[in-house]
Design a protein around this ligand. Structure first.
Ligand code: FAD
Ligand code: S2G
Ligand code: ZN
Length: 497
């Protein structure tokens, strides 16, 4: 059994010395954690070139008893790609080829290390659309998107990553390669194995390739921004637009005034989209594969009627591609602009779409009671019920003291979502950050089934130990995924910023 110290040399023999990184200045890009909430260090970063090399790396690490952290673009927000001392980060970035596009089947075969934006471009080049779209698309990989079942801004019409996959190839803990690269939309021959790995956050296997669904390219699009008084009005507008566009509404994002006004204050290039400021803003996009002005006319008529009915106070429809991009960019900048408001405690909750206004009202009240002066900074994918109800630091509070309340404030907001039948993690997953919430909110039967699946597929707890599944409290025998010498981790404490 190779000892951990000789593991990097063993790996170099398999994938080549230049594809095994150990020097801190080389591994730093892989061990940096986006939100600065978790420390990450590793024995090595391995960069395999294909599934066979992934398999050999997995078997080698298994023999050495070294845990493996599969990694894509390292844009995850829950610490899922964080490594511990002695573990190997297995990054798929070298496996970044589009292996085939079947236009008539509306499908595409890709390696897991393909960056999402490159996949979107490759589809566009063949007159097709791959609709998964999120702020990190310039660096996240499709393997990571599938492992986290990523959402983004087009879930309303096209679904999550899970809904966009036809088949997968996965390297298992014993080194076998499961080749489920089906291009079929129908195949009822056994369990749906691919859906076990989608959303498993690197704890059941390494996704090495996928067959993705494609859609007809959009030939007509209409992007608009509306100014509203309240989330209830946004809910009313959402329903009207879905009907008016014959359900071709692709994106419907809700943003609090604090978020949009922070962008306008801090980003020099950002222009006020409407004549006045508003409490709330809805950003919407409708799209159709049919060319022509019909779709835009429907959106325009719907907004005009909503204005007449006092559902909205103002609206602007993009006249061209540049204006559309400017409006859509506003939504992305809302994420970046949070830092100008001091420390930010993040949330990623979902409730039934019809409950979004009630959630926002209750959460606002609960946060004000728990931390007077805290400023809700809400934005998110209202079209699918997923809101990022983030909280900005009270002006009279130190960032460190504020961020030390991360778990307590999470609990306040997650309780509200829970009361409304919602989820404490809509799209970002669990990683390390939400292990405590898994223990609190997940029913015991679900947790027991997760552990049975983990034991069945990764009995040696090789893949991403300590992630997604909380260590069993007082449970019999070896916990399904306790990292060696683990203690019950209740979500890491946030580092001060
Ligand atoms: P990583 O961060 O590298 O890894 C994430 C998890 O997946 C880890 O647990 C890792 O072990 C596992 N993993 C990675 N690759 C593989 C593989 N090949 N096989 C098995 N497991 C693997 N997320 C959303 O859902 N919606 C959004 O709208 C959204 N917006 C974002 C905006 C910004 C600006 C940023 C920075 C992030 C955003 N995210 C969003 C979060 C993040 O981009 C997604 O979770 C994304 O899917 C992670 O992909 P990645 O390749 O970076 O994965
Ligand atoms: C979004 C981005 C992640 C974050 O913008 O939709 O998923 O940090 C979020 O909030
Ligand atoms: Zn999001």
């Amino acid at each position: 059994m190779p000892a951990a110290e000789s593991l990097p040399a063993e790996l170099a023999r398999i994938i080549g010395a230049k594809n095994v990184l150990t020097a801190p200045e080389k591994t730093r890009a892989y061990t940096e954690e986006l939100r600065g909430r978790h420390r990450s260090e590793c024995l090595a970063v391995a960069l395999p070139a294909n599934a066979e090399e992934v398999s050999a790396v997995v078997s080698c690490c298994a023999r050495a008893g070294a845990g493996i952290v599969p990694q894509g673009g390292n844009t995850g927000t829950m610490g899922g790609a964080v490594a511990r001392r002695g573990q190997v980060i297995l990054n798929l970035r070298r496996m970044n080829r589009v292996l085939g596009v079947d236009e008539a089947n509306h499908s595409m075969h890709v390696q897991a290390g393909c960056v999402l934006a490159d996949i979107q471009e490759a589809a566009r080049a063949r007159g097709r659309l791959f609709p998964l779209s999120l702020g990190a698309q310039g660096s996240c990989q499709i393997g990571g998107n599938l492992a986290t079942n990523a959402g983004g801004v087009n879930v309303l019409h096209y679904g999550n990553a899970r809904d966009l996959a036809l088949g997968l190839e996965v390297v298992l803990a014993d080194g076998r390669v499961w080749s489920g690269l089906s291009a079929l939309r129908k195949d009822n021959t056994g369990y749906d194995l691919k859906n076990l790995f989608i959303g498993s956050e690197g704890t059941l296997g390494v996704i090495t390739a996928a067959v993705l669904k494609l859609f007809p390219a959009l030939q007509s699009e209409s992007v608009a921004l509306a100014g509203l008084r309240a989330p209830e009005a946004a809910l009313e507008l959402l329903g009207r637009l879905r009907a008016a566009t014959a359900d071709r509404l692709v994106t419907f994002e809700l943003m609090g005034g604090i978020a949009v006004h922070s962008v306008l204050r801090h980003f020099s290039g950002a222009r006020a989209p409407l004549a006045a400021q508003h409490e709330w803003y809805a950003l919407l996009k409708a799209g159709s594969a049919a060319p022509g002005p019909a779709l835009r006319e429907r959106v325009e008529a719907c907004l005009a009627r909503a204005l007449q009915d006092d559902v909205l106070q103002d609206a602007v429809i993009a006249e061209n591609e540049t204006q559309a991009r400017e409006l859509l960019r506003l939504r992305e900048q809302v994420v970046e602009a949070q830092r100008f408001e001091g420390g930010s405690i993040k949330h990623d909750v979902s409730v039934p779409v019809s409950s979004v206004p009630e959630f926002l009202r209750r959460a606002e009240r609960a946060v004000a009671a728990a931390m007077p002066g805290a400023r809700p900074y809400p934005y998110g994918h209202m079209g699918d019920g997923n809101m990022h109800f983030n909280i900005s630091q009270p002006p009279d509070m130190e960032a460190k003291a504020f961020l030390s309340q991360w778990d307590a404030m999470n609990r306040v907001v997650h309780e509200v979502a829970h009361q409304l039948g919602g989820s404490f993690s809509a799209e970002h997953g669990i990683g390390i950050s939400k292990l405590g919430e898994m223990r609190r909110y997940k029913d015991p039967v679900s947790l027991a089934l997760y552990r049975q699946i983990k034991r069945a597929l990764d009995p040696g707890n090789l893949f991403n130990p300590g992630k997604l599944l909380p260590v069993e409290e007082g449970g019999g025998g070896r916990a399904a995924n306790a990292p060696p010498g683990a203690s019950a981790t209740r979500g890491a404490k946030p580092a001060s910023r």
